[in-house]
Design a protein around this ligand. Structure first.
Ligand SMILES: Nc1ncnc2c1ncn2[C@@H]1O[C@H](COP(=O)(O)OP(=O)(O)OP(=O)(O)O)[C@@H](O)[C@H]1O
Ligand SMILES: [Mg+2]
Length: 419
């Protein structure tokens, strides 16, 4: 298990809690910015992209201009625009021009932090090409604006995002470096949750275990980030106080789990289940109905416990093919430990035969059908059309040990094509 690096000198100023882990990414990003590179930070939600950038900016005393990438971010909104009323009154004078985030960052040499990079329309991204290459931009009627030497673009994007996203052209990709974050490991998530909530012990262990388990469930396309665990701890402790409960009660934990996690998990395409039913299933594994408290957690998940291809490691690139046998999921292990509980969720390694990283076609991705009893994988459970597609595709090629992050279910290629 990779232990989090407690309180390493992060350069955080003020009262911001110290950054947990991410030492390697911190170094790489710092050096990239120092050497004049532009960077995209890529990772699922809640993996610390903004936290990392803020920390580096604070440490370096750099100003950050934030911009949210979305379909409405037109070139004019990114660059800036003339105020029509002022133009009518005074003509195209510089005073009538309001800088957008790009020009603001360029003029003062700040970091332009552009979130949801793959949601930015292509015509807006094209504006950045000359800026990244030449450090200047020609604005109609305003003239040429040169970037201060300190200007850098730091983009952030979520590779799991499949809705409203578009291709980032090679012209852009060729001008920026890439830093990849993955979900934090179990210990780091506990540390973060404790730092943010001020809570500790069983409630944190339970919330983190449940949030992490959502990422492993067969019917979930995208599980909860550490934000889910943080909210769950706050809701659970708050509800317990309000209800006058001493310690954790299962019904309260369920209420907190539904509120904190159900909106955060995305059910797999073609799967007709509610998030609540998935959460109830996972709750049954982590805290069986007949148990007075959650099953003891030793803070280990299978991949945290030494497998080289762990996806939950904050400092790892997506695991590479053929790096070893994946182990069973946390829930499966926990179930085994529980002993007498009949139902058991199989780990992905058990459920899924070796296969190639694929698009997330529902049937092609999973051996069993959504909602099938766990443990009954195999071609005969695939819908007929999927079986035909699978037969046409030929044998599955993903070597055992390829993690979700690298295989199709989780990690599409970094620069996705449209659709
Ligand atoms: N490595 C970390 N150290 C300390 N706190 C962290 C770390 N990673 C995440 N957090 C905490 O988790 C929460 C989410 O982190 P952050 O906003 O940086 O994620 P993000 O990757 O930018 O997410 P998004 O893609 O949704 O913008 C914050 O409350 C932050 O404090
Ligand atoms: Mg962010």
């Amino acid at each position: 298990m990779t232990a989090p690096e407690p309180g390493w000198p992060s350069g955080s100023l003020g009262r911001a809690p110290p950054i947990v882990g991410l030492r390697r990414e911190h170094e790489v990003l710092t050096v990239a910015l120092e050497t004049g590179r532009h960077v995209v930070i890529e990772g699922p939600p809640g993996t610390g992209k903004s936290t990392l950038l803020r920390d580096i900016a604070r440490y370096a005393g750099r100003a950050v201009v934030f911009a949210e990438g979305n379909a409405e971010l037109t070139p004019a909104r990114l660059i800036g625009q003339y105020d029509p009323a002022q133009v009518l009154a005074e003509g195209y004078v510089p005073a009538a021009f309001t800088d957008g985030p790009l020009l603001r960052a360029m003029r003062v040499g700040a970091l332009l932090y552009l979130e949801e990079f793959n949601r930015v329309p292509e015509e807006t991204l094209n504006v950045l090409i000359t800026v990244l290459a030449e450090g200047e931009i020609a604005v109609p009627r305003l003239g040429m604006v040169r970037a201060d030497a300190g200007f850098r673009l730091v983009a952030a994007m979520n590779p799991f995002d499949t809705i409203g996203t578009a291709r980032v052209s090679h012209a852009i990709a060729d001008r920026i470096c890439r830093v990849v974050l993955d979900y934090q490991d179990d210990a780091a998530e506990r540390q973060i949750t404790t730092a943010v909530t001020g809570e500790n012990g069983e409630v944190v262990n339970f919330a983190v275990t449940l949030a992490r388990a959502t990422r492993e469930h067969r019917d979930v396309r995208m599980g909860s980030s550490v934000r889910g665990a943080i909210d769950m701890v706050l809701l659970l402790t708050g509800l317990a106080r309000r209800r006058g409960e001493d310690g954790m009660a299962r019904a309260t934990a369920r209420d907190a789990a539904h509120a904190a996690l159900s909106g955060r998990i995305r059910i797999a395409d073609g799967c007709d289940r509610s998030p609540e039913s998935v959460l109830d299933e996972l709750l049954g594994l982590v805290w069986p109905e007949d148990a007075p408290t959650p099953l003891p957690s030793d803070g280990r998940t299978p991949r945290d416990s030494g497998a080289p291809d762990g996806r939950g490691k904050a400092n790892g690139l997506p695991p590479q093919a053929g790096t070893g046998q994946r182990r069973a999921s946390a829930s499966a292990v926990r179930r085994d430990r529980g002993g007498n509980h009949a139902r058991r969720t199989l780990g992905r390694a058990e459920r899924r035969p070796a296969r190639r990283g694929c698009a997330r076609g529902a049937a092609g991705r999973r051996p069993g059908r959504c909602g099938d009893p766990p443990g009954r994988p195999g071609p005969r459970h695939r819908p007929r059309a999927a079986r035909r597609r699978a037969a046409a595709r030929g044998p599955d090629l993903l070597p055992a040990g390829r993690g979700r992050a690298a295989a199709g279910p989780g990690y599409p290629p970094p620069w996705r094509g449209p659709g």
